[in-house]
Design a binder for this molecule. Structure first.
Ligand SMILES: NC(=O)c1ccc[n+]([C@@H]2O[C@H](COP(=O)([O-])OP(=O)(O)OC[C@H]3O[C@@H](n4cnc5c(N)ncnc54)[C@H](OP(=O)(O)O)[C@@H]3O)[C@@H](O)[C@H]2O)c1
Length: 333
């Protein structure tokens, strides 16, 4: 069936400015790390993407290595993009990244100019695109001068192969230097993509303040801690869950009794608020104005539809926040 996007899609979503840039992102963005590879069912991936766009999600996040096998998420996305979304290209923000292992030899990972430039060329071919909207350095490289990695991002923008650039997994000190170099080159970084959820809060120490001060957007990845921050693991490990899949990155060893105890307590707060735990976890991130968008994953369309309901209530009382804080602190001590 040919696809026509829902006419009221932009009324259903909140859009937030990405730092001080001109770009607005949807409060919920969709990541294609899992569920879009060759091991997955293409028609399911297509249904997730259609539902996302119909719901006002304009931002799709990829990386060279997403699959498995690496590269297959970009290829499958490229195919669906051509078949369903080609007339909507100017309504989409598509990102990709390079940093992790992609091909053998000394030029297939990390942060050299050689790797970043050739990796983006490969990504564009796989997605059948002329340019991406955002290109990221996926992780800092301890052995390549930061000037070279940031210089490659600047070069890529000047080539017209990316409109904006971002950094991911950079700690505060590394991010401070990267932002300064990019600014001096005239290609400002507009976004940082860190791991951030109720269960992973390192960004609160100083990164969020830095991004706020510098006018850089923040798009937390794995906001549901890969599914842990939902009610799905409360009664065991479902056979179709990420923790049960051989290629899933969520390890069963992460589902400890202590974590389950926290999940149970957070779930009770969610129920009291008339929400599900997934909604609570996403709303808890979105309550912070320094967070531009939360980057969720979904293994089925219904799951994404469910996560979108978090937007119905992102306000928290002081008592709720204290109660949540106590549960999270008890778990980290
Ligand atoms: N920059 C980086 O280094 C980096 C690293 C990791 C991820 N990312 C980006 O962040 C994106 C999101 O990461 P993530 O997939 O780990 O995010 P996540 O939102 O924390 O986890 C998504 C998973 O949680 C489960 N889920 C989602 N919504 C649910 C709901 N409403 N109810 C119950 N279960 C639900 C599904 O797993 P099941 O399979 O169990 O159904 C889904 O695949 C990635 O796709 C990628 O774009 C970036």
């Amino acid at each position: 069936m040919p696809y026509t996007a829902h006419s009221s899609r932009y009324q259903q979503m909140e859009y937030r400015r990405c730092g001080n840039s001109g770009l607005k992102l949807p409060a919920i963005s969709l990541g294609l790390w899992h569920n879009f590879g060759d091991v997955d069912v293409l028609e399911n991936s297509r249904a997730i993407l259609r539902l996302a766009f119909d719901s006002g999600i304009t931002h799709f996040d990829l990386a060279n290595n997403y699959g498995p096998p690496p590269g297959s998420a970009e290829e499958n996305f490229g195919r669906i993009l051509k078949e369903d979304f080609s007339s909507y290209r100017d309504e989409l923000i598509i990102s990709s990244k390079a940093g992790y292992l992609m091909w053998p030899g000394p030029y297939g990972e990390w942060g050299s100019r050689k790797y970043l430039v050739s990796s983006l060329d490969q990504s564009l071919k796989r997605m059948k695109l002329d340019y991406v909207d955002i290109f990221y350095s996926h992780r800092p490289d301890p052995d390549t001068p930061l000037e070279e990695t940031m210089g490659a991002l600047d070069h890529i923008v000047r080539q017209g192969k990316a409109l904006y650039v971002g950094i991911s997994n950079y700690k505060t000190e590394e991010a401070t230097k990267a932002l300064e170099i990019l600014r001096s080159l005239g290609t400002p970084c507009i976004i940082h993509q860190p791991k951030y959820s109720m269960f992973e809060r390192w960004v609160e120490d100083s990164l969020l303040d830095l991004l706020n001060k510098e006018g850089i957007g923040c798009i937390p990845f794995s906001p549901l801690a890969q599914g842990l921050l939902t009610d799905k693991y409360l009664k065991g490990i479902p056979s179709d869950s990420r923790a049960a899949k051989p290629h899933g990155f969520l390890q069963q060893s992460q589902i400890t009794e202590g974590t389950l105890d926290q999940i149970r307590k957070l779930n009770e707060i969610a129920i009291r608020r008339g929400q599900k735990l997934a909604h609570l976890a996403l709303a808890w991130l979105l309550k912070d104005v320094r967070v531009t968008s939360v980057l969720v994953g979904a293994s089925k369309p219904e799951q994404l539809a469910d996560s979108l309901k978090c937007l119905e209530n992102t306000a928290f009382s002081a008592e709720e926040l204290t109660e949540i804080e106590n549960i999270l602190k008890a778990g980290s001590s």
